[in-house]
Design a protein around this ligand. Sequence first.
Ligand SMILES: Cc1cc2nc3c(=O)[nH]c(=O)nc-3n(C[C@H](O)[C@H](O)[C@H](O)COP(=O)(O)O)c2cc1C
Length: 316
Amino acid sequence: MNALTNLLKIRYPIIQGGMGNISNAILTAAVSEAGGLGTIGSGTMTPDEVEEIVKETLRRTDKPFALNVALTVSPYVRDILSLIKKYNIPIVSLSAGNPAPFIPKLHDQGAKVITVCASVKQAKKAEAAGSDVIVAEGYEAAGINSALETTTLVLIPQIINAVNIPVVAAGGIGDGKGLASMLALGASGVQMGTRFIATKEAPFHEKYKQRIIDASDHGTVIVGRTVGKIRRVLATDYARKLLKYEEKGISLDDFNRLTSEEFHRTGALEGKEEEGFMNGGQIAGLIIDIPTVQELIDKIIIDAKGQLEKAYLLFK
Ligand SMILES: Cc1cc2nc3c(=O)[nH]c(=O)nc-3n(C[C@H](O)[C@H](O)[C@H](O)COP(=O)(O)O)c2cc1C
């Protein structure tokens, strides 16, 4: 047990991050049942759509899970946050925006608040606003990223030095060595996205899982830099098409339209690689199998333990 697992009432310090409009109850519940913390992301889904996922998750697990709201992405922030009280959801994860206006009410409702940050400044502000946990996400991560482009390895220790609440490392973690390395840096746990896509339970298209397995160490690209919107995706034909549009000069409105959640679902759920995108992190290059969530988490814990014991022997 550590500060994070005690606070969130979970067995292992492993969080599955929110996944926008492809979030679902099956994966969320599987991660919580396996001893980690599953998260329902809300993306641009309506409150009714998110509520259905919450209800199904509650049917599938009685273990803690979290609800993520990307504050500048969701058009329904307050309505979705009202589900916290209605369903007694114990943990909220807030990303892509300022959490301060929401934290006091969420605390009054008994929820713990995780804030996703990409800089020391954001983390200090989130702590001052009352956040209980920081997820520090580096530039390796899948999906919408900070324009600051700071990598996990350098971000984590700097945020740990700056705040006094548990810090969870996200971006580029996919196995037990990754967990061990982040614990050695002083993190209280890890949040993963890409690794959880290639699991048996994840109800995503088989092509999406296969593309993660096929990916090499440079199997992802950043799209959106030319319009100030950073998103890491698998290097598919659709991603290459977006980069070509950017080369020619694309407007922010057109870029937003072509990377809207509709095209996320087309790529990730329908497996149409030329018509929609597939979020993916740089750690995809390490992923070579499709285990169950339980097998994955058990192996990560055993391997992290082995790795830390090996490192300990070096200094004995
Ligand atoms: C398909 C997908 C969708 C994502 N959507 C969200 C989201 O809605 N909100 C959020 O805070 N993070 C989102 N992320 C980021 C993850 O929650 C997580 O922090 C990230 O994937 C960690 O980096 P990794 O991919 O290297 O494991 C998404 C990631 C993926 C793979």
